[in-house]
Structure formats: C-alpha cells, structure tokens
Ligand binder design. Sequence first.
Ligand SMILES: Cc1cc2nc3c(=O)[nH]c(=O)nc-3n(C[C@H](O)[C@H](O)[C@H](O)COP(=O)(O)OP(=O)(O)OC[C@H]3O[C@@H](n4cnc5c(N)ncnc54)[C@H](O)[C@@H]3O)c2cc1C
Length: 331
Amino acid sequence: MRPITYARAADAATAIAAVSADPGSAFLAGGTTEVDLLRQNVLTPRHLIDINDLPLNSIEPQPDGALRIGALARMSDVAADPLVRERYPMIAQALELGASAQLRHMASMGGNMMQRVRCSYFRDAESPCNKREPGTGCPAIEGVSRGHAVLGVSEHCVATHPSDVAVALAALQARVHTQGPGEETHAYAFDDFFLLPGSTPDREHPLAHGELITAIEVPAVPVARRSLYLKVRDRESYEFALVSVAAALSLVDGTIADVRLALGGVATRPWRAMHAEDFLIGAVAQRANFEQAARVELSTARPTPMNAFKVELAQRAMVRALETLANGSPA
Ligand SMILES: Cc1cc2nc3c(=O)[nH]c(=O)nc-3n(C[C@H](O)[C@H](O)[C@H](O)COP(=O)(O)OP(=O)(O)OC[C@H]3O[C@@H](n4cnc5c(N)ncnc54)[C@H](O)[C@@H]3O)c2cc1C
C-alpha cells in the first residue's frame, strides 16, 4: 500500500505552489480519471491537491463574443448552458455523448483536457509503454490496436486521444488559459496544447508541472451555430469513439462559405481536419466534394492491420456529418 496525503486548496496560488513544489503531487478535480489510474498504479502521486474550492466554474460571455468556460465547470453544466447550446451545438452534443450522466456531473472541463489515453497497455501498469515509461516500447503497434490511432502516430505510440469535447474545441480553435507557479498566465492555442507523440509520447501537453488550467476560451465562430458532433462507437452509450466528427458548415447559394471540421477516435490528439477544410472552402456543397475532402484528410493515415477499418469509417462519418448539415438538419 502507498500512503497518499490529501489537501484542499483555498485559492489557486496555494494549489499551484503545492503541486509545482513536488513532482509527486497532482491536482484533483472531479477525480474520474485521477482516482481510476491511481487505483491501477498507473499514476503514483504521493500528494493530491483538491482544487474544487477554487472559483473556476463559471461560464461567461466575453465582450468580444467569445465564451469563457471555467476549468472546474462540470461537463453536464457546460452541456446544459443556453449560450453553449445556441452558439456551439457541437460542444453540447460532444459532452452529452461522453461518459455517463453520473460521470458528467463529476468531471470538470480542465480534467477532461488532461485525461489520459484509454490504451490498454498504458492502463496496465505491468505492460511496457513508452507513454508511461519512456523507452520500454509500444506493444500496441504489434498487439491489440483496434481502438488506436491512424493519424498523428509515431513508432513510439499509437494511442488515441480519448476526449470528445476536445474535438469540438479543436474545430473551434479554442484557447486554454493557465496559471503557473510565479502567478504568470498563459493562453495556449488549442493546436499547441495537445502534442503529437513523436519520440516523446510521455509528454502530452506543454504545461509545466503544477501549471493549472483556469479556463477554456471559445472564440466567436458564427458558423458554429450550425454544427454537430457525430460519434460512432461500438455501443450507443457509455463508450469512447471509434470515430467522431465535429462539423460546422455555412452555405451561400450552394457553395461552402465557411466550414469547421475535426476528428476524434482516429488520432493521437484532437485532430483538426485542416486539409479537408481547405479543400471545401469555396467548393460546391455536394457529396463528391465531401468525399474528396475526406479522402484528402485521411491520405496520411498509417493504420495497423487491426484498425485499418477506421480510415474508411472516418471518411464515411465526415461525409455523413457534412451532408446532414448541408441538407439542413444539424441536430
Ligand atoms: C467510465 C468512463 C467513461 C468515460 N467516457 C468518456 C467519453 O466517452 N468521452 C470523454 O470525452 N471522456 C470520457 N471519460 C473521461 C472523463 O471525461 C474524464 O475522466 C473527466 O473529464 C476528467 O475530469 P475530472 O475533473 O474528473 O479530472 P480528474 O480525474 O480530477 O483529473 C484528471 C487529470 O487532470 C489533472 N487536472 C484536473 N484539473 C486540472 C486543472 N484545472 N489544471 C491542470 N490539471 C488538471 C489532474 O491532475 C489529473 O491528472 C470517461 C471516463 C470514465 C471513467
């Protein structure tokens, strides 16, 4: 048995100071990831600093039209927020299609950004895993990889990023606000926040140890009012995505005036489908163009024999999402 201490921080500075002073410390928000991994000996913190008393749970419109979501806002509260539902349906849908109602009541948005991969080798403390123990190898590449990534992979890691809402936030180019030990604040562009595994899959974010996520800022994105999140999974609820698509589309006279696309379940990080977006802007909104955009985006896929089906599944899901929006039934 490993002894663990627990403390409840009254303010951000205290929480940040406590965690950054000790590599064996970790923040505790809803605990839905942290406690699971601790029980499985995958994470071995000695000190848990509970941040739930910090005033970081508001959802506030900003003067420039952005929406600032506090890091401790619960998934269920964000999904139910009227402004989120009106301005960014893809965020509300991504949240509602994740986990279970009980988990969504506990789980925070900051914790969601920091959740760890669901790769069974990572989550088995006895298995080699480059993400958990650098240099030990990646058994998933030759092993059971049905749920693993086909985009953004390296020879060191093929684990899929598990978050649903992060896919919608990638499409919307949200920013992640943090506070560090010297009270310095930082705003990370979403594309810079999730790192590709490369040769350092243990490093998933640019955050320093003890850097606290304080908020997620979603910019004003008018096209997102007409958006959706499509999630394909092995069962209808309480399951991670095999493939997911966050999509937003606006048309002028049948031509694509604006589009946002991102993929989940297929990549090592929430995957903004920029090649597909570039292809689609200015194109006629028709199936042939949607199919070509999907092919372009998946052209760099590097599947394993077990997950090769995801390449076609992702393309079909992209086409379905775009057709649904083009045909005027975003929900
Ligand atoms: C059975 C199950 C099914 C699930 N299904 C889905 C799903 O379908 N889709 C999906 O997207 N997710 C799913 N999840 C994951 C769930 O969304 C995450 O566990 C949850 O969002 C984590 O939030 P938390 O507040 O509980 O984080 P915690 O468990 O408290 O923390 C997670 C990590 O984040 C760190 N952390 C927490 N807050 C901060 C902060 N403000 N700043 C810096 N670091 C912080 C912690 O130190 C820890 O390392 C599932 C989880 C479970 C257990």
